[in-house]
Design a protein around this ligand. Structure first.
Ligand code: AMP
Length: 460
């Protein structure tokens, strides 16, 4: 299959050749002909499968006819994050190089002025995050009645980020005769409901079963210590053993992103951090430096996970196991893109075993362990060793006390799950009132003082 057979315009085909795309990816070969006919599409595809071009290319072809009017964009693409929105603009710049289309980017964190000017001039393509788009609408700067093509990208991420009410509102502002292209990596029930609501007789295109990870990614799990210092050392060891070209290291918490980045830097790794607390300007600058190869390791939180379009990411390291199994799919989707080889290593502590099972269930795959797997036998041994250490400690302190008191009888050790009231002073279990504590015997743990309540006979 080649791009020539899909029905794209000559201008678009020439840009595709210049971009170096030789064969369409499965989502492209299936979605492009349908979208060119003006039909609605429900695309179930992960980032990295070429899904952006699967809507950008037919849009470019269809938008060749007609002109934009002031404040009335002809098409709208909604993206969950600013980074992803900015990357779709890049894709339009590459693939629309031969078109004179005006593309406006409406994202938060930057001033309204430049965005207003673009809207006033008339935008063929509006690429926006939901919040900023509604801000412009409410300020009276925007009319959505001219939108002919409406794209909702990364719908499941929109759901995670709480954007669904905004999207429903935006959708109600666009005339129903529009074409809707709806993309999601996963199809939880809420997203199916939305798709049914927004789409008219859509062509459902699923390039890989939902929640599967691409085969070109080598995935491994590494059992590591829980304490942060040892865990970071384990990460450095794994990273040093890999031929890393560039890598994203994911943490669950923003705070840990910053700590990890500083630690990596201290140990000589060329690492910077990206997370939701940084300004838009800082995030873009860091991302650019990462793309250019000035930075090799990017410590990141999940906010940065979606839609980072960096084709050459060779490695993903999950410093933390993601809380949501779906995030695992999205995180490792940054590597092994468009058929390239990728590598994803996940650090697993004794507390993460349940989360790992959920991930394996979701991706329908047993992920291999790098080094020794934490077999249930190992975990049992560790637990037993922990209990033994506890007993030894108790015995040592008991010996010390006994030496001081030179008590006649050796008291029986008490474990945490034994109730003191049920034992007599010599350590024997009691079961009746007759066996209640004797008055003058040595008392372990309470010294020589016997509280009154212990002197009272126990009720049978
Ligand atoms: P996406 O899934 O849209 O994020 O695309 C992932 C990466 O694959 C992007 O860097 C695209 O530039 C690249 N790409 C998209 N389509 C193709 C293709 N047909 N051939 C080669 N690379 C592609």
């Amino acid at each position: 299959m080649t791009f020539d057979t899909l029905g794209l315009s000559d201008k678009v085909l020439s840009a595709v050749r210049r971009a170096g795309y030789e064969t369409p990816t499965p989502i492209q070969s299936q979605a492009i002909p349908v979208a060119l006919k003006g039909r609605d599409v429900l695309g179930i595809a992960q980032t990295g499968t070429g899904k952006t071009a699967s809507f950008v290319l037919p849009m470019l072809t269809r938008l060749e006819r007609g002109r934009a009017r002031a404040r009335m964009p002809r098409s709208l693409i909604l993206e969950p994050t600013r980074e992803l929105a900015a990357q779709v603009v890049n894709e339009f710049e590459t693939l629309g190089a031969e078109h004179k289309l005006t593309v406006a980017l409406l994202i938060g964190g930057v001033s309204f002025d430049e965005q207003d000017r673009k809207l006033d001039r008339g935008a063929d393509v509006l690429i926006a995050t939901p919040g900023r788009l509604l801000d412009h609408f409410e300020r009276g700067k925007l009319l959505l009645t001219g939108v002919e093509i409406f794209v909702i990208d990364e719908a499941d991420r929109m759901l995670d980020m709480g954007f669904i009410p905004d999207i429903e509102r935006i959708s109600s502002l666009i005339p129903p005769r529009r074409q809707t292209l709806f993309f999601s990596a996963t199809m939880p029930p809420e997203i199916t409901r939305l798709a049914n609501k927004f789409l008219r007789d859509p062509e459902r295109i699923e390039v890989a079963p939902p929640n599967t990870t691409v085969d070109s990614i080598e995935q491994v799990l590494c059992y590591v210590p829980k304490n942060p210092k040892d865990k970071r050392a384990a990460l450095r060891k794994i990273m040093s053993e890999q031929p890393v070209q560039n890598a994203i290291v994911f943490c669950n918490r923003k705070r840990d992103v910053a700590i990890l980045q500083r630690s990596l830097k201290k140990h000589g790794f060329n690492a910077e951090a990206i997370h939701g607390d940084l300004s838009q300007h800082q995030r873009m600058a860091t991302l650019d430096a990462f793309r250019n190869g000035e930075i090799t390791f990017l410590a990141a939180s999940d906010v940065a996970a979606r839609g980072l379009d960096i084709p050459e990411v060779s490695h993903i390291f999950n410093y933390d196991v993601p809380v949501q199994p779906e995030d695992y799919v999205h995180r490792i989707g940054r590597t092994g893109r468009a058929g390239r080889k990728g590598y994803a290593a996940t650090l697993v502590t004794s507390e993460d075993m349940r989360a790992i099972s959920a991930i394996q269930k979701l991706v329908r795959k047993e992920i291999d362990w790098l080094g020794d797997p934490p077999s249930s036998q190992n975990r049992e041994d560790n637990a037993r060793r922990g209990r033994k250490r506890g007993r030894d400690k108790a015995r040592d302190s008991g010996d010390a006390k006994r030496k001081k008191r030179s008590a006649p009888a050796r008291p029986k050790k008490r474990t945490s799950d034994e109730k003191p009231a049920k034992k007599d002073v010599s350590g024997k279990r009691t079961s009746s009132a007759k066996e209640a504590p004797r008055k003058n015997a040595p008392v372990v743990g309470l010294g020589d003082h016997v509280p009154d309540f212990l002197k009272r006979p126990a009720r049978p």
